[in-house]
Design a protein around this ligand. Structure first.
Ligand code: AMP
Length: 399
């Protein structure tokens, strides 16, 4: 890996080119503006959330997009690796001022097998797993790992898509039928043929994530651990900080720091973790996956941290010093899925902050988020109860 500080901080950066134009791109642009930077976006959906903040170029206009920006980053990890590699090369050749994060981070994040192998290589514990390229290998994996197991596409899945829980031997045929095509690249499950990954099914007690930002000089700042709850595979809420996890924070920090250093990472990254028990009934953390970008479980940081994950990402990309990541106030971030609530009902809740993504309503689509940060921490749970009452999609939070 190359050493850090490859690209000097420069006053000549004016425009940041972002690969992707979804809500993450939009919130990056919101953070960039006060620092004096404009953003442009590479995105095929012309009315994407980021379009309110800067010019959008389609993939057919790639050359114009490249010409329009000085430095590059991404907000979507399934970005074509060749574009990222090209932008990195242009930066190494001095034509541009950086592509952050580097291509190797993307390669790891785009492939669950590579990702989990890297975790283990760096002594970061994971669930047990096996590569699966045939039905026979799935049968062997079920013997080796035991049942239940989770069969996942190693590439291309998101929000729980491309996954199958194999509970009994009888499920093996169906699981192979559902996901086996990914191995040959048939169907539309993955962009390229790739083996599946079989993972031991973990009875975790909690799902948490840690977010950190690494600067071009190697300096790193970590946010507190956050507790995440999902509904039908989609993030529903993140509580920051995760209550009662301070004993897990040093190990989580150590894990993300090792990963970022190894990948020569620049920018904000998230590491998703399961909290489980070891043989002695002690809490342990098992790494599940990284996101080489700002992350939904870090949206609370816009109001809840001294410096948000978005601002720190921008600072890293343009070569500015990173900001303090301390939590200024406990908060709960709630995703709005599918249908908008009445904004007046939401803002009637003290300490509620509303962030719409200007998207059209569609079942289970992330279209906004709300961060609850009442002044008195004891009002957090009542505020959540109040919010759930006015959310059209309650994401199981009412039960
Ligand atoms: P992922 O796409 O890997 O983030 O998985 C989506 C969700 O499925 C996770 O947030 C977990 O709730 C669940 N899950 C994934 N892998 C496992 C596993 N090995 N054991 C138990 N649950 C899992």
């Amino acid at each position: 890996m190359t050493t850090a500080n490859a690209y000097p901080a420069t006053q000549s950066i004016r425009t940041i080119g972002i690969l992707g134009g979804g809500q993450l791109g939009m919130m990056l642009a919101e953070a960039a503006l006060p620092l004096g930077y404009r953003c442009v976006f590479l995105e095929d959906a012309p009315n994407c959330p980021a379009s309110l903040y800067g010019q959008v170029f389609t993939s057919e206009q790639l050359e114009d997009f490249i010409a329009a920006a000085d430095v590059f980053t991404l907000e979507f990890e399934n970005t074509p690796a060749d574009t990222v590699a090209r932008l990195k090369k242009m930066s190494d050749d001095g034509q541009k001022q950086g592509m952050f994060p580097p291509p190797q981070a993307l390669q790891v994040a785009q492939d669950r097998l590579k990702e989990k192998s890297l975790f283990n290589e760096l002594d970061i514990q994971t669930v047990p797993f096996k590569s699966v390229s045939s039905k026979k290998e799935l049968q062997d994996a079920s013997q080796a790992l035991g049942l239940p197991l989770v069969l996942k596409t190693s590439r291309g899945g998101y929000d729980g898509k491309g996954q199958f829980v194999v509970k009994t031997e009888a499920d093996i045929n169906e699981a192979w039928k559902a996901l086996g095509d990914a191995v040959s690249g048939k169907g539309n499950l993955t962009p390229t043929p790739a083996p599946l990954i079989a993972e031991g099914f973990i009875n975790f007690s909690r799902e948490v994530s840690i977010i950190a930002t690494r600067a071009q000089d190697g300096n790193m700042r970590c946010y507190d651990l956050v507790e995440n709850h999902h509904h039908t595979g989609i993030l529903a809420t993140s509580e920051a900080p995760a209550v009662g996890t301070s004993h897990l924070l040093p190990e989580a920090k150590n894990a993300i720091e090792k990963l970022m250093t190894h990948l020569d990472y620049v920018g904000t990254m998230a590491l998703e973790l399961f909290v489980s028990k070891d043989e002695d009934d002690n809490d342990v953390i098992l790494a599940n996956e990284i996101a080489p970008r700002v992350h939904n479980s870090g949206h609370w940081s816009i109001e809840g941290a001294v410096t948000s994950q978005f601002e720190n990402h921008i600072r890293a990309v343009v070569g500015l010093p990173l900001g303090d990541t301390d939590n200024v106030h406990p908060s709960i971030m709630v995703n709005v899925l599918g249908q908008y609530p009445n904004i007046a009902d939401v803002l009637a809740i003290d300490g509620a902050h509303y962030h719409t993504y200007h998207k059209e309503e569609r079942a289970d689509r992330k279209i906004a988020h709300i961060t609850l940060m009442p002044n008195d921490v004891s009002d957090l749970d009542p505020a959540l109860e109040q919010l759930v009452k006015v959310l059209p999609n309650k994401m199981g939070l009412d039960s």
